[in-house]
Design a protein around this ligand. Structure first.
Ligand code: MG
Ligand code: MG
Length: 268
């Protein structure tokens, strides 16, 4: 069953997801060569607890950290480590919280210093595929319209969509029905209705779509070693269109800077 949230519940979900967005924006600003994902995890946990919230991933099936930090060929579920990030890396930062019973869940992928042009393309295309997916969150659409929008944009740009991990409904539990694959034919699955809230999370690779989980039992990496990007927003279907709950103006600014067109970057 797909739960539908009341307007009051949507406000609570906005609070939880707004906290996630503001912490991710802060972490995005901190990412730089020499910084470790363990450093970022400590900042994230402090901000979450200071806000009176609880990290949702820490302890989830034994996951050790507040943040999932997935570097380069890691797609999702990377465990923060003391290894410093280096110029040219990309890192996916995925965080969940619980605040006033409701879950927030969002992710961004951030370049570390200057990265290759094709790597920036990967980030831009993945972020754009999320925007196109969000546009499908309308009353009268169907669940599979979301993944179809992701797949069409990603594959048109020569990248691949990961199959093994999917987006999900979200509310008073982290993973609710339905599952939301990032591929498929449109017009299938349950009809979208006002009050449904989904975490939409395209996972996109520069090579093939296949992934494997490392010996740590968590980190999912691409089988071919190609780079992977991951963006996620928690979004409500409302009578007046999609409402992105995990968005703040501050987070938007950071995301825009990160994915700025190369032509607008200063060349030195
Ligand atoms: Mg997430
Ligand atoms: Mg999620």
């Amino acid at each position: 069953m797909i739960t539908r949230k009341s307007p009051q519940e949507l406000e609570l979900m906005h609070a939880a997801n707004g906290l996630v967005a503001s912490v991710l924006a802060e972490l995005g600003r901190l990412v730089a060569p020499g910084v470790s994902t363990l450093d970022l995890d400590e900042v994230a946990e402090r901000h979450v607890r200071d806000a009176g919230a609880v990290p949702a991933f820490k302890g989830y099936h034994g996951f050790p950290s507040t943040l999932c930090a997935s570097v380069n060929d890691a797609v999702v579920h990377g465990i923060p480590s003391a290894t410093p990030l280096v110029e040219g890396d990309i890192v996916s930062l995925d965080m969940g919280v619980v605040l006033d019973r409701f879950y927030g869940d969002s992710a961004i992928t951030v370049p570390v210093g200057h990265v290759a042009d094709r790597t920036m393309d990967l980030l831009r295309v993945t972020r754009r595929s999320l925007e196109l997916a969000i546009e499908q969150m309308r009353v009268g659409g169907h669940v599979s319209d979301i993944g179809h929008a992701v797949q069409r944009h990603v594959e048109a740009n020569g990248f691949a969509v990961v199959r093994e991990f999917v987006g999900h409904g979200i509310g008073v539990t982290l993973h609710e029905e339905p599952q939301i694959p990032n591929y498929g034919e449109p017009g299938r699955g349950p009809a979208l209705a006002s009050g449904m809230v989904f975490a939409i999370e395209p996972m996109v690779t520069m090579g093939g779509p296949a992934v494997k989980v490392l010996q740590d039992g968590w980190t999912a990496v691409t089988r071919d070693g190609s780079l992977a990007a991951h963006f996620e927003h928690t979004v409500a279907v409302t009578d007046v269109g999609p409402r992105v709950l995990s968005q703040t103006m501050e987070a938007d600014v950071v995301a825009d800077i990160m994915t700025r067109e190369p032509a607008s970057l200063p060349h030195g």
